[in-house]
Ligand binder design. Structure first.
Ligand code: UDP
Length: 239
């Protein structure tokens, strides 16, 4: 597989084309950003462990029958993935109130929700990724009604699988964001990454935050908690 041109530079990774037009290569960087790119940081090796964590999780999800973009880890920082025509929606599932949900509805962080919820943000940096409802997404031609229903079913299935994966290693899945899109055969599949950058993960016993909130709110131990989640994943599931 030949790595060709840089197609896109994201906040935490670069995407390269390959000599197979259905595949591309993700290269994870050490950078972290928050608050729509306003806050910047990093720690040495973040890209390596996020690459490996995302791949462990994608392999486990595949075993549960969830279609993902994962093809093969190429190196510490690089992974071969299916090229996906991304639907410009951030799909957010929540099991426990936190972050913008707590703020928006005045619900104390850590309050268990009566049932898991889903919401969408319109992926658009200039607009600051505004919340969007499914009717607006259909009205704007971002997705069809059928696509939305399929995405909802997929997202809740991923939630069930992820909750199990994490509770097995003593971690509660508070909420997470996924991105989905169409592969070359027109299937809607899971893309982007799943890592402590994209999930809120709390230690099941102590409720210690083991995710990007440590960077967002300067809580310290940013790199340490990523290593902690990585080590627990590797110990239980292997690399
Ligand atoms: N999230 C993400 N990327 C974003 C926005 C949110 O990965 O651009 C994740 C975030 O890490 C959390 C979940 O989605 O696990 C819900 O985030 P929330 O809406 O509470 O936003 P925040 O409080 O992070 O602004």
């Amino acid at each position: 597989m030949q790595k060709l041109d840089l197609m896109y530079t994201g906040k935490a990774k670069k995407v390269y084309s390959t000599d197979d037009e259905t595949l591309c290569i993700f290269e994870y960087k050490d950078d972290a950003t928050a608050f729509n790119g306003e806050k910047k940081g990093s720690f040495e090796g973040k890209g390596i462990i996020n690459n490996k964590m995302a791949n462990i999780i994608f392999r486990l999800l595949e075993k549960e029958g969830i279609r993902t973009h994962f093809v093969e880890q190429l190196s510490d920082r690089e992974t071969l993935v299916k090229k996906v025509n991304i639907i410009p929606l951030e799909v957010i599932i929540r099991n426990v109130a936190a972050g913008s949900f707590s703020k928006r509805y005045g619900v104390k962080e850590g309050t268990a929700l009566e049932s898991s919820t889903i919401e969408f943000s319109y992926k658009n940096d200039d607009l600051g990724d505004p919340l969007i409802n499914s009717y607006h997404a259909v009205a704007l031609g971002i997705a069809t009604r059928e696509n939305i229903e399929e995405i909802k079913t997929l997202a809740f299935k991923i939630n069930d699988a992820l909750k199990k994966i994490f509770i097995e290693i003593g971690i509660k899945l508070i909420d997470f964001k996924i991105e989905v899109g169409f592969d070359s055969e027109g299937n809607i599949i899971l893309s982007d990454e799943i890592s402590p950058d994209t999930c809120r993960l709390w230690d099941a016993e102590t409720n210690k935050k083991l995710d990007k909130d440590r960077f967002r709110f300067d809580l310290g131990e940013f790199g340490d908690v990523y290593h902690e989640v990585f080590n627990r994943l590797v110990e239980k599931y292997g690399e």
